[in-house]
Design a protein around this ligand. Structure first.
Ligand SMILES: [Zn+2]
Length: 424
């Protein structure tokens, strides 16, 4: 085991500075959220090396900050490392959009997160280490189901958006959360002080500046981020004559990646990609927003516990007891809280979604509440729903999910049964 002093710290003092006891010599870089230019807004400075100039609470990279700490602790990363950002700027231009200058439209990401090297060049010249919180690149997706869609004639390759091989070309955007605390509090209808105190307490006192530094308004939360996959031309967003399709998808590793049949996540994601491609091919744009909110943001352990409770309960897994079992284990049905969800769409400049590929009433309500107009709502086709996922689907429809059909009757819910734990 290494002695703690062996960590390379560039010769700086190894005194521990407790953020619960600010020394009073802080000089945070001014930050005016929602200001009318990037220059007036100022950079989000969350790097640890910025010391007294930091104007954000927490650390960069969301939950991965903890892995960075392990790399430093094990001696494989210098805490002094400053990234060389040569050639890392966005692969395509995004914005600026008017929503970037509205303190209430965007509260959970930094709208200038992808342009920090340009927008805040002056600060960088003065030696401030300002990190991007958004990256924009291009990718080619290989989604096996798309080949089947081409074979059956439901999708036509066009040589640009969709290739003969079934591969699709996209712009993809990775976003780390940056929370403007007064704005987040407002979305949740709570006082900023209560939000700050609860965040502090519920993380086991992880970020004491939440309560000791009310002057710092921005928090880099240690949570998963967002990825957007954009099919077609971004220019269609600003043109009312062109269509915008969108699916907002919350992570479900079991189905999305591994094909578990207990839910509709991957099939609906594929249907979303399909709809995005068709819209893009019609001179529009299709946007998949993928949020790292595993298991309704309760996490995979809770999710698997609920699966067992559902399948072992008296009477077996059935739609009428679907939400109840989650509530028994987690205390709530869902903690995804869609209030912050529209922000990446505001960032893209989206004001309307012509084809919303989602049945969630919570997502629909959040979009409308945030001033994004929704046209057609597109449900997952029945033939794409795995048999064991009927329990979830019927329960959700009964709870208010959009389906274009009347909600299932009470007896339909008791009759909708899933596989039990002995049938695997
Ligand atoms: Zn799922």
């Amino acid at each position: 085991m290494k002695d703690e002093t062996s960590i390379d710290n560039g010769g700086k003092s190894r005194h521990i500075i407790l953020t619960s006891h600010p020394t009073g010599d802080q000089k945070p870089v001014p930050l005016k959220w929602g200001a009318s230019s990037a220059r007036e807004r100022g950079p989000v400075v969350g790097t640890l090396g910025a010391g007294a100039q930091r104007n954000a609470i927490g650390a960069h990279s969301g939950s991965y900050a903890l892995y960075r700490a392990l790399a430093v602790a094990s001696g494989s990363l210098s805490p002094e490392h400053i990234p060389d950002l040569t050639d890392t700027t966005p692969a395509t231009r995004i914005g600026p959009n008017r929503q970037w200058y509205d303190a209430e439209k965007i509260v959970s990401l930094d709208p200038f997160g992808h342009t920090v090297t340009d927008s805040f060049a002056e600060h960088a010249e003065q030696g401030l280490d300002i990190r991007p919180t958004i990256a924009v690149t291009k990718a080619r997706l290989t989604v096996p189901e798309l080949l089947g869609e081409i074979d059956s004639g439901r999708l036509q390759p066009d040589g640009g958006i969709l290739l003969e091989t079934g591969e699709a070309n996209v712009t993809k955007v990775a976003i780390e959360p940056v929370w403007y605390l007064p704005g987040v509090a407002k979305r949740f209808g709570t006082a900023e002080a209560d939000l700050r105190r609860t965040l502090f307490e519920q993380t086991g006192g992880m970020f004491s500046e939440l309560v000791t530094r009310p002057d710092l308004k921005v928090f880099l939360p240690p949570i998963g981020g967002i990825t957007m996959y954009i099919f077609g031309a971004l220019a269609a967003i600003a043109d009312p004559a062109r269509k915008v399709a969108c699916r907002v998808h919350d992570e479900c590793n079991g189905s999305d990646v591994f094909g578990s049949d207990i839910c509709t996540c991957r099939p609906y994601l594929i249907h979303g990609i399909d709809g995005c491609i068709k819209t893009a091919q019609g001179n529009g744009v299709g946007i998949i927003v993928y949020n790292r909110k595993e298991g309704r943001a309760l996490g995979e352990v809770t999710k698997f516990l609920v699966y067992n409770a559902r399948k072992r309960q008296a009477g077996g897994d059935r739609a009428d007891a679907y939400f109840e079992r989650t509530e028994c284990v987690a205390g709530v049905q869902d903690v995804r809280f869609q209030e912050l969800m529209p922000d990446p769409l505001h960032w893209l400049g989206v004001t309307r979604i012509d084809r919303f590929i989602s049945m969630s009433n919570m997502k629909y309500d959040a979009m409308v509440e945030q001033g994004i107009e929704i046209g057609e709502r597109i449900a997952i086709p029945d033939e794409m729903i795995p048999e064991d996922a009927q329990v979830e689907m019927q329960a959700k429809k009964a709870a208010g999910y959009f389906s274009g059909e009347p909600a299932p009757a009470a007896e339909d819910l008791t009759d909708t049964r899933g596989r039990n734990l002995h049938d695997y």
